[in-house]
Design a protein around this ligand. Structure first.
Ligand SMILES: [Zn+2]
Length: 850
């Protein structure tokens, strides 16, 4: 279509030329997009209905070769979408032929004269509107449409309206007699593409939340104030400063199903109209969960109207929004595909995830680095793995997904918000969740590297995801300001209490967000330093005890805060080192450092190893300015030159048991010296254990089916939608302890001695806990029992203990397959005769081993 535009640009130049006294312009050309090429007519001797090929173009290249394109036709009417191309060398010899035209011609010829006689087109002469406006016209042409060895008479309708808002460009092929639609495709590739009604800034960057630009906190003190919602804005990819040329959606687009992101409502209703758990007792995806869209169920995409994904969200009605957050087994009404709020969330999440894709692509997270795309455009990497987003889900979590397996973002309800806020409308949270996909892909480089499988790796996953949530949202870095994440999502925190213990801060979500402290370069707003992974933060600065994680120092989010604060301090110092420089260029460079540093992570990095990876990259690329700035930032947070931390392989067994870090292993250092980086020397080749290993295999090999299945990594064209399920009697082998158990292995995060006393404690998962608020848990739930080593494990259902009214969390814990297989985990709270306790359940599934 741009050809038309280009051809007409000289028309405006003509006026200028006249004014300059140049030669008179040529006569204005007569435009008839429907005109018939003369060569299309049947050759001499052709019988009625007999197919033939016609020369559509013969072109000689300055290189000396001649390229001819032949179309197919019958009785002067072309066959739609079929041609053949030939290249002749400088001597006129045919050197190359390609295209399906020859094969189709042969197939049509084979039908024989009797069939040809029946091929009579009702509109034998092309129909068009004659002289057309090149920027806006509708053209109809008679064509033949080829399918399955035969042709049917058809009419193409090409609609073009570049002046329209939105612009329109498409070709539709319909049966000439029945009118049935045979094919449809867009013809606009370089215009704006679809329009999205979203919470975003003028430059296309999503806003931190529907409350507008809430970073940093406006006053820097917890004052309880909540800003008013801002209106959504119409945005197009073409207007997004960070947008890539690769389209988020083809044009015209109807659904939020693109090359980078597939966003839809993922219903958990089964055929009996009852809610199911997204995961069965073995931790496998249930068919209702997917993760791909279930066309037989109630899943649905957001649908565009005239190239506009425009759903006006009403932030005052969050309490009554539709969520499938009942207990498994509960009947529920089906979702409505026309639900405005759900559609607005799908569109926002689709937009946000695409924006993040493009932003970090520019920072190096491209095909070769493992970015998630359906097509990699022939640029390397593994394709067929776009990010899948389940919008308006009943909770929020992420499965990173290894290369070749779609990451899954479940974005939805914060059940701890009394006003039932959705994290799709909080870009700090969505970017955190998406950040897990970036981190999971980049760290380690291979699917089976288990790069972040240890306790500090889990903390790095959370801490760096937090930093990503901040990096893409902050408008700059003020050294005294407070930068909370998750403020909108967590408004009206359900556990708000009038009287708090001295260590707990009031539940002011706008100031604290969802962490103990807002991130801040000011130690009076965020006091965390390296030692606080092992000892509690100072008691004179009360912290926000979200989800009760505050005292759990080795919990990944809690430990992750320490590292994220170090990264933030690094970034703040880099910004400060370039006074007057453009913030966007510094932010983009920090994103490049993030991508490169993550790729440079060693196996099982400690927090200090991760620091070294980032510092190593920065020292190699910006040694004079950014390196000392970043290094000083880490030193400010106790991760200086002489810092020591826990062993990178701590704990040597199951990291999901969250054992506390031993304070004796943590020595913080505020010394800003070059020693902080011990530059890279690999011991990989000389490691006798590793040297004996055969080459690591890639996911997708036949022997890796089990692991792939468990990863939820359905790949279109390779795996049936309802993928083969692992047999229920399969045992999970925990090689760390040398014994076998079925299903999840659970350990209380309370003292083990008390865990041992629990004779009958129910296991609760997301949905189950909701039910438990109303009374006793369901009788068909698995039971948690005490094992000989003090760990808890699943056994038969029991009618004993009672649950508590607090939902468990499920976190992005399905990691890459490590040496012991796949892992999934979730934490829970429960109540027994001995009182309430918290715990975590992990499942280790035997997977292919390197
Ligand atoms: Zn997270």
């Amino acid at each position: 279509m741009t050809i038309w535009v280009t051809r007409w640009l000289p028309a405006s130049l003509v006026i200028t030329a006249l004014a300059c006294g140049s030669p008179a312009p040529p006569e204005e050309p007569k435009c008839d997009p429907g005109a018939t090429p003369a060569a299309l007519g049947p050759p001499a001797g052709a019988r009625p209905g007999e197919p033939y090929r016609w020369l559509a173009r013969s072109w000689q290249s300055p290189l000396g070769v001649t390229i001819r394109t032949y179309g197919l036709a019958i009785d002067g009417v072309p066959v739609f979408g079929r041609h053949e191309v030939e290249i002749y060398d400088a001597r006129g010899q045919l050197a190359y032929r390609a295209g399906t035209g020859g094969a189709v011609l042969a197939a049509l010829h084979d039908r024989g004269a009797a069939a040809w006689a029946a091929w009579q087109h009702p509109f034998a002469s092309p129909r068009s509107e004659g002289r057309s406006d090149p920027l806006a016209h509708t053209t109809e042409r008679a064509v033949w449409y080829y399918a399955d060895g035969s042709v049917v008479p058809a009419v193409t309708t090409e609609r073009l309206d570049l002046r329209g808002e939105p612009p329109v460009g498409e070709i539709v092929v319909r049966h000439a007699v029945t009118g049935a639609e045979l094919a449809r495709r867009g013809t606009l590739y370089e215009l704006g593409g679809p329009e999205y009604l979203v919470y975003a800034r003028d430059d296309g960057r999503p806003l931190p939340s529907l409350l507008g630009n809430t970073l940093p906190h406006p006053t820097g003190v917890p004052d309880g104030r909540v800003p008013s919602p801002v209106p959504q804005q119409s945005r197009r990819q073409s207007g997004v400063i960070a947008g890539l040329p690769d389209p988020w959606l083809p044009s015209p687009a109807k659904q939020t199903r693109g090359n980078n992101v597939v966003a839809f409502y993922d219903s958990l209703l089964n055929s009996a109209g009852k809610l199911v758990d997204p995961f069965d007792d073995m931790g496998n995806d249930t068919p209702e969960y997917g993760p791909e869209p279930d066309t037989l169920g109630h899943d649905f995409f957001a649908t565009a109207t005239g190239e506009r994904f425009a759903f006006t969200y009403d932030p005052t009605k969050t309490v009554s929004e539709y969520f499938q957050d009942g207990a498994p087994g509960d009947p529920a009404s089906p979702p409505s595909a026309s639900d405005i709020a759900i559609n607005a969330k799908i569109v926002q999440a689709f937009y946000d995830a695409n924006w993040l894709h493009d932003y970090f692509y520019a920072a190096g997270y491209n095909e070769a680095a493992g970015t998630a795309q359906q097509s990699n455009y022939g640029r390397g990497g593994t394709q067929c793995d776009p990010v899948i987003v389940h919008a308006a889900f009943f909770t929020t979590f992420t499965f990173p997904g290894a290369e070749g397996q779609s990451p899954v973002l479940d974005i939805g309800l914060n059940s701890r918000s009394a006003s039932r806020r959705d994290s799709a409308m909080d870009f700090t949270v969505l970017a955190h969740e998406w950040g897990h996909t970036l981190i999971g892909r980049l760290a380690g480089g291979t699917a089976d590297s288990d790069a972040l499988g240890k306790l500090q790796g889990m903390a790095l996953h959370e801490g760096i995801a937090d930093f990503i949530g901040m990096l893409v949202n902050v408008p700059g870095v003020d050294p005294l300001a407070a930068y909370p994440i998750g403020t909108y999502t967590n408004l009206d925190y359900i556990e708000r209490r009038a009287t708090l213990p001295p260590v707990e801060a009031p539940a002011d979500a706008m100031y604290y967000g969802i962490r103990r402290y807002p991130y801040s370069l000011d130690v009076r707003k965020n006091p965390l330093t390296l030692r606080h992974i092992a000892v509690p933060p100072p008691t004179d600065m009360p912290y926000y005890n979200w989800k009760g994680r505050g005292p759990q120092l080795s919990e990944p989010h809690t430990t992750g805060e320490v590292f994220s604060q170090g990264l933030f301090q690094c970034f703040g110092n880099i910004v400060a080192a370039h006074a007057g420089a453009d913030f966007e260029s510094l932010r983009a460079r920090m994103a490049q450092y993030l991508v490169a540093g993550l790729i440079a992570f060693p196996d099982h990095p400690s927090l200090l190893d991760a620091r070294n990876a980032f510092l190593g990259v920065i020292r190699l690329t910006h040694p004079a300015d950014d390196y000392p700035a970043c290094r000083a930032g880490f030193a400010t947070r106790g991760m200086g030159a002489d810092a020591l931390g826990p062993d990178r392989d701590f704990p040597t067994t199951n990291p999901t048991t969250l054992p506390p870090y031993d304070p004796a292993t943590v020595q913080e250092s505020f010394l800003d010296r070059d020693r902080a980086v011990r530059l890279i020397s690999s011991s990989f080749a000389t490691d006798p254990v590793r040297a004996r290993r055969p080459a690591q295999h890639r996911p997708g090999r036949p022997d890796d089916d089990l692991a792939r299945d468990h990863a939820g990594g359905a790949r279109r064209g390779h795996v049936p939608r309802r993928r083969a399920r692992r047999p229920r009697q399969a045992v999970a082998r925990d090689s760390d302890h040398g014994h076998r158990r079925r299903g999840h292995r659970c350990v209380s995060s309370a003292r083990r001695s008390s865990a041992r006393r629990l004779s009958a404690v129910r296991l609760h998962r997301e949905g189950h806990l909701r039910r438990s608020r109303r009374g006793h848990a369901r009788g068909d739930l698995p039971r948690l029992g005490a094992g000989s080593d003090g760990a808890l494990h699943l056994s038969q259902p029991s009618s004993a203990s009672r649950t508590v009214g607090r939902r468990a969390q499920r976190e992005p814990v399905r990691s890459a397959p490590g040496s012991t297989g796949w892992k999934s985990a979730f934490s829970f709270t429960a109540q027994s005769g001995q009182g309430q306790f918290a715990g975590i359940c992990a499942q280790v599934v035997p997977g292919a081993k390197p």
